[in-house]
Design a protein around this ligand. Structure first.
Ligand code: NAD
Ligand code: MG
Length: 389
């Protein structure tokens, strides 16, 4: 039996992971499940999958979790430190699917035990890519990409020589507002930004898809994970979301990964890697689909892409600034403090302010400096939000 843990088990990726595990319960021995605040979901899954420990982030939920799991023998705990501790418990495969920078520390701790880390938490690579990969190398751990585009690139690269790769093309649906007139974007509401044309995901990544901050994060993720230069990474709008990414080789060939928009594909690939096993996802009927469309993203509509390019160029701790500012801007938008287009302004103001005044260029990247930068950027971003709000 494979020992597995799921961090962010109550979320969209976590639940899709659990769906796959539940289909073959005898194959897995579940060690740890964690959640943010959803006690009922976490307790149900922990009981159903006979987890060793269930950890909830929010301390005010601990008593409810304890009550829900009383008499089961399942250990309970709460808080960020307990989540990181749970990541040190021996497991053969660990899903990192907490949303936001909070996912970095548990993933880091998991790598220390030399495990296989299925990485959905893109913030880990955006904020700390170089040291995360180094951490994996040092401890003989493996990181497998779970973001659909990166899983697609990873699959297109099987058996290939990186030296023959000319470019990586990450597709984008264009999000909820791809066909909106530009002058209407400033008034876009949270409800409008929270519905994705093709994918069913958590609310935060869905809004990030509408603003294309998600795609910006994915460009940075591509650079960090695959070690390609920024000028080799392209993005293209593909409204059907059926081609997830393409890799272009030096003989002109493009290898595309085509599949239904169902995260259980990328999760399942990481779960069974290096094998391929049957997955309960839709089989595409290409004759029925008929045509696939592509168009170049327009800079004016998607300032997040230019900001991500700036981060790839500047490198170092800029990724942590970008991510933290983006998380705060998203909080500000969800709380109704700033408008949809202000999110990019907040990120730009924060990047400008920190690179001009806070001298990050000479600071070495460590887990501590990433966390410090995250805190600093959140303070600066909150100032920007107050100014714009
Ligand atoms: P979600 O909001 O549905 O779930 C997030 C999970 O993290 C939940 O279990 C939540 O309780 C937990 N959580 C939130 N804040 C926490 C905190 N501070 N400490 C501990 N736990 C916390 O998010 P999601 O859509 O499942 O996305 C998870 C990650 O996967 C994100 O990094 C996202 O960018 C990435 N991702 C998601 C998808 C998708 O289809 N949903 C696709 C690609 C990548
Ligand atoms: Mg993606």
């Amino acid at each position: 039996m494979r020992r597995i843990s799921v961090f962010g088990a109550t979320g969209s990726i976590g639940q899709n992971t659990i769906d796959l595990i539940r289909r073959d319960p005898d194959a897995y021995d579940v060690v740890a499940l964690t959640g943010g605040r959803n006690v009922a979901q976490l307790a149900n899954d922990a009981k159903d999958l006979r987890a060793d420990i269930a950890v909830i982030d929010d301390a005010s939920c601990l008593n409810d979790l304890r009550d829900a799991l009383a008499g089961t023998g399942i250990e309970v705990a709460c808080g960020a430190d307990a989540i990181a501790e749970a990541a040190t418990r021996p497991a053969d495969w660990i899903m990192s699917s907490i949303v936001g920078a909070a996912g970095l520390a548990p993933g880091w701790a998991a790598l220390e035990q030399g495990t296989t880390l299925a990485l959905a938490n893109k913030e880990s690579l955006v904020t700390a890519g170089p040291i995360l990969l180094e951490q994996a190398r040092t401890h003989g751990a493996t990181i497998l990409p779970v973001d659909s585009e990166h899983s697609a690139v990873f699959q297109a690269l099987v058996g290939e020589d990186m030296g023959a790769v000319e470019r990586v093309i990450i597709t984008a649906s264009g999000g909820a507002f791809r066909d909106w007139p530009l002058d209407k974007l400033a008034d876009a509401t949270i409800e409008q930004a929270s519905s994705h044309p093709n994918w069913d995901m958590g609310q935060r990544i869905t809004i990030d898809s509408a603003s294309m901050f998600n795609k910006g994060m994915e460009l940075i993720e591509t650079k960090e994970f695959f070690g390609v230069r920024p000028d080799q990474i392209e993005t293209i709008i593909h409204p059907e979301s059926l081609i997830h990414a393409l890799v272009g080789f030096n003989d002109g060939a493009l290898m595309a990964h085509v599949g239904p928009p169902d995260m259980r594909h990328a999760i399942g690939y990481a779960l069974h890697w290096p094998d391929r096993k049957a997955l309960p996802v839709e089989r595409l009927d290409l004759a029925q689909i008929g045509s696939l469309n592509f168009r170049a993203p327009k800079d004016a509509r998607y300032p997040a892409l230019a900001l991500a390019r700036r981060v790839m160029k500047e490198g170092g701790l800029t990724g942590a600034v970008f991510n933290a500012a983006k998380e705060c801007a998203l909080d500000g938008f969800i709380a109704g403090k700033i408008g949809f287009l202000d999110m990019a302004r907040v990120v730009e103001m924060t990047l400008d302010k920190i690179s001009a005044h806070d001298g990050l260029q000479n600071v070495q990247m460590t887990l501590d400096t990433v966390m410090e930068t995250d805190r600093l950027a959140r303070a600066r971003a909150d100032e920007a939000i107050a100014k714009l709000g």
